[in-house]
Design a protein around this ligand. Structure first.
Ligand code: DOR
Ligand code: ZN
Length: 347
């Protein structure tokens, strides 16, 4: 695959995406819709999308914000709280538009204050999700401030995720945005029905990047970037073509002023290069021919959805993301702003 100039793949899906709402939604959605046929849309709006009616209304707003001619399907999720009722799972399942429910441990990340304080409280909901074949999408970090931030994912596996997966043997679970060797090992050895998404930033960068020549707020996301050995484990597992690991950008737009602040928000915006960044990773790994399965097969197969029918062509053409994209209000600093990318989506 040396010197490949062009790569045509089945149209990919983004299995973890933040689109927000209103004007921000309108600004960011075209980037995703141009590349991906479907995306799993995260429900951490303010207020969060905690019920089926809200998810269906949000879905309509997304469809209304699509550029003319775009072919894109949003796959909706509900935001679990301590008080989610099992009947809500029935309604979500009956709607046909809700793919799963997102577990945010309360306080773990952006807009997670209404999340679950103790997963034991939602066991009845998880049981109903197993029955209705809705997938649980998990933000896998403990929130105990006494636990070192770099250990929160590993601790979550032992204390929360592994017991939960065993208590609900038929529940399908996606461990979102895995960042550590511990998570890779867990997912590789977990029972059937457990998978993971992997972001571009956790494949491309380690935690040194956060402090390269000064503090880099635009590289702050949660889970935070980890050490090089963790990045190596992520790269090795995707290079190996393990079908339990698939594409989820976690693209998460925040206005520049909220990132460049005394207490900056977590989130990296990557939708403008949502497939190009992974092409770079797979090329670095010498397995560009495996990009298609990671981006367009494994996730669909895990979720039991058809693979997309269209194609997307990437070409070797250097380009630089701009310093910022307009956002109303403010502006959005994209991942790799001003730096060169080797791959571009063919117009
Ligand atoms: O960095 C992050 N940003 N991690 C999350 O879990 C949430 C996301 C967001 O919504 O901004
Ligand atoms: Zn996310």
């Amino acid at each position: 695959m040396v010197n490949m100039q062009e790569l045509t793949i089945r149209r990919p899906d983004d299995w973890h995406l933040h689109l927000r709402d209103d004007a921000v939604l309108a600004s960011v959605l075209p980037f995703t819709a141009r590349r991906f046929a479907r995306a799993v849309v995260m429900p951490n709006l303010a207020p969060p999308v905690t019920n089926t009616a809200a998810a269906l209304a949000y879905r309509e707003r997304i469809l209304a914000a699509l550029p003319v001619g775009a072919v894109f399907t949003p796959l909706m999720t509900l935001y679990l709280t301590d008080t989610t009722a099992p009947e809500e799972i029935d309604r979500a399942s009956a709607s046909g538009a809700v793919l799963g429910c997102k577990l945010y441990p309360a306080g773990a990340t952006t807009h997670s204050a209404a999340g679950v304080t103790d997963v034991r409280r939602i066991d009845a909901v998880l049981a109903r999700m197993s029955e209705r074949a809705l997938t649980l999408q998990v933000h896998g970090e403990v929130t105990d401030p006494a636990v070192d931030i770099f250990d929160r994912e590993a601790r979550f596996i032992d204390q929360v995720l592994s017991p939960l997966v065993e208590r609900h043997p038929r529940l399908r679970v996606v461990f979102e945005h895995v960042t550590t060797r511990a998570a890779v090992e867990y997912v590789c050895t977990a029972r059937a029905g457990v998978a993971a998404t992997v972001t571009p930033q956790h494949l491309l960068l380690n935690r040194n990047a956060l402090f390269q020549g000064g503090i880099r707020p635009h590289l702050f996301c949660l889970p935070v970037l980890k050490r090089e050995a963790d990045r190596e484990a992520l790269r090795a597992v995707v290079a190996g073509g393990n079908p339990r690991f698939f594409l989820g950008t976690d693209s998460a737009p925040h206005a520049r002023a909220l990132k460049e602040a005394a207490c900056g928000c977590a989130g990296i915006f990557s939708a403008h290069a949502g497939i190009e960044l992974y092409a770079e990773v797979f090329e670095q790994l010498g397995v560009l021919e495996r990009l298609e399965a990671f981006a367009a097969h494994f996730g669909a197969d895990f979720y039991g959805l058809p693979r997309n029918s269209g194609t997307l062509t990437l070409e070797r053409r250097a380009w630089s993301p701009p310093a910022s994209y307009p956002l109303s209000p403010g502006e959005l600093v994209p991942f790799r702003a001003g730096e060169q990318l080797a791959w571009a989506v063919r117009a």
